[in-house]
Design a protein around this ligand. Structure first.
Ligand SMILES: [Zn+2]
Length: 225
């Protein structure tokens, strides 16, 4: 059986796409593509793709479309045989990427169900979340905490509640870089939504400024498990 459910998340960096994706993975065993994590992996390994990505991330601009499409479709090829549902977290990010990946998917999977979800969070809330964000250094954990938002603080300062590893701040989470990333996001989000609607897809909007359990519950109304 070649039926596939593809879930595409739209949402600014820090809107909670990653947390929602992880809930899907732990609840249903779905595979999750995080281009952010894949990009950081390429950067850490110092590949040729990684060097282009590193420059873009540090200057707050977008990684070139063809690089992202290459990374994304390669991952889908590898993972599709293992999971009925695939989550695309923050990818595709531009109309060119969306057209590239949808063409690829439609050709590959005759029984394709595409669910597009936009997580909406106000900009000031995003800036507050990201500039205080702390991430676990353990690669298999990557739990996210906050140094300022009360119910997200770690129990011991600088230490992960789940695995006791040290927490760190990502270099691209300083507020100037965040503003750059938000501007880039807003510029592309409207175009992307228009593209999906013209192509006959529905874009479901979910309020991302709520507790993670409520966001998850609202999300589940739009997918089949
Ligand atoms: Zn941890």
């Amino acid at each position: 059986m070649n039926a596939k459910q593809i879930i595409i998340f739209l949402g600014a960096p820090g809107s909670g796409k990653g947390a929602l994706s992880r809930l899907c993975v732990s609840s249903f065993g779905w595979a999750q593509l995080s281009t952010g994590n894949l990009c950081r992996k390429h950067v850490a390994e110092g590949t040729e793709l990684g060097k282009q990505i590193d420059f873009a991330m540090k200057s707050g601009t977008l990684v070139p479309d063809e690089v992202i499409i290459e990374i994304g479709t390669r991952w889908i090829d590898d993972e599709a045989c293992k999971s009925e549902s695939l989550i695309l977290d923050g990818f595709p990010r531009t109309v060119v990427q969306a057209r590239g990946v949808l063409d690829f998917l439609v050709k590959k999977y005759p029984y394709l169900r595409v669910v597009i979800i936009e997580l909406r969070v106000p900009d000031h809330e995003i800036i507050e979340r990201l500039s205080s964000r702390l991430i676990c250094t353990d690669k298999s954990c990557q739990a996210v905490f906050s140094s300022r938002i009360e119910n997200l603080m770690p129990k011991t300062q600088g230490i992960c509640d789940l695995c006791s590893s040290v927490l760190f701040r990502r270099e691209d989470d300083s507020s100037d870089v965040i503003r750059g990333r938000l501007a880039t996001y807003h510029q592309h989000c409207g175009n992307l939504t228009a593209f999906y609607k013209n192509a006959g897809y529905v874009v479901h909007v979910i309020d991302g400024n709520r507790g993670s359990a409520e966001v998850f519950e609202n999300f589940l109304r739009h997918v089949s498990d």
